[in-house]
Design a protein around this ligand. Structure first.
Ligand code: GLY
Length: 319
């Protein structure tokens, strides 16, 4: 490892990232690349039918059609993104291919799917039977969740992979993006995020996740950040860019996440149940995580092991 490089580590949103971190950590800790690690963690969540906010198993839009968004980023000059992918599962990998094989940053909709076809990525049906049933229940009014035409989230907590109560009080929210940041043994940082977006969203809605600076930002001069939760709030303050820019100007990761969440609170005035979580990783390996309200959780993988913890900062302790 070069002198002064931080030890490798991985930081990811939500406990459902733990399985991917377990898979990716051995390679990262023994010299593998940060970009390979974050894509591996995203792939695992994308394949997990129990995660209803990412990949296969994700909840569809208002017309019952699932679409996926993702982004990978290593620096302002190196990022790739896809939005509204409807036929291909591994959208973080697809975003990486946009970054590596094209001179563009973002491909959208049919163009993104066609690009995946041209590269030989397998097509698949992304809507799981459970997600279809959830949509049918929602459409018939049998669930209390109401994703209205205005994109208002009523705050119903969807069931998730673990039915057991979480020891750290995690409560999944309806659009809980997987976001991953990693530093490898060479001191290189990479980030990835992947989501099916807001459940029962208007057809065509895209949130913060695939947009560099909003749902994710990585700059070797400042660090990395990834957001999860209500994308419209994050987009309004360029949340991930703001966090990284704060660190670039000398803030600690904790101060950076506090700035983002306080700005969201001040400008958007979120309702009590509306959640945003954000993780921030400085170039020296220091990190923090915060959320608007209780229920967010972070998975950390480092030389001390892989574990899931509550965020360091919660803006409103009572939700
Ligand atoms: N944060 C993911 C979304 O709002 O789409």
């Amino acid at each position: 490892m070069p002198k002064n490089s931080p030890n490798p580590l991985m930081l990811a949103t939500w406990s459902f990232s733990t399985r991917g971190c377990n898979l990716a950590w051995p390679n990262l800790s023994s010299g593998g690349g940060a970009l390979d690690a974050v894509c591996a963690v995203a792939r695992e969540a994308e394949s997990d039918p129990e995660v209803d906010s990412v990949g296969f198993g994700g909840l569809p839009d208002v017309i019952g059609r699932i679409s996926l968004d993702a982004c990978v980023m290593m620096s302002p000059e190196r990022c790739g993104s896809v939005c509204a992918v409807t036929r291909h599962l591994h959208v973080a990998d697809l975003a990486r291919l946009v970054m590596e094989r094209t001179s563009h940053v973002m491909l959208v909709g049919e163009g993104a799917d066609s690009f995946a076809d041209a590269l030989g990525m397998p097509q698949m049906e992304l809507l799981s039977a459970d997600a279809r049933q959830a949509w049918e229940r929602w459409r018939s009014g049998a669930t209390t969740t109401r994703q209205t035409d205005q994109g208002v989230d009523s705050g119903k907590i969807f069931s998730q992979s673990s039915s057991a109560p979480s020891p750290i009080g995690e409560k999944h929210i309806p659009h809980d993006t997987i976001g991953v940041l990693a530093i490898d043994t060479h001191g290189v940082m990479a980030g990835a995020c992947s989501t099916s977006g807001m459940p029962f969203k208007l057809a065509g809605r895209v949130g913060d996740s695939p947009i560099p600076g909003h749902g994710i930002y990585v700059d070797p001069e400042g660090g990395g950040a990834v957001a999860t939760g209500m994308g419209e709030f994050v987009m309004g303050v360029s949340g991930s860019f703001l966090a990284v820019e704060c660190m670039r100007r000398g803030s600690t990761p904790l101060e950076a996440v506090q700035e983002v969440l306080q700005r969201i609170e001040r400008r958007h005035k979120p309702l009590a149940h509306q959640q945003v979580g954000i993780i921030a990783l400085a170039t020296d390996g220091k990190w923090s995580a915060g959320a608007l309200c209780p229920g967010f959780a972070v998975t950390i993988a480092d030389e001390s092991g892989i574990r899931c913890v509550a965020p360091e900062f919660v803006l409103r302790q009572e939700s």
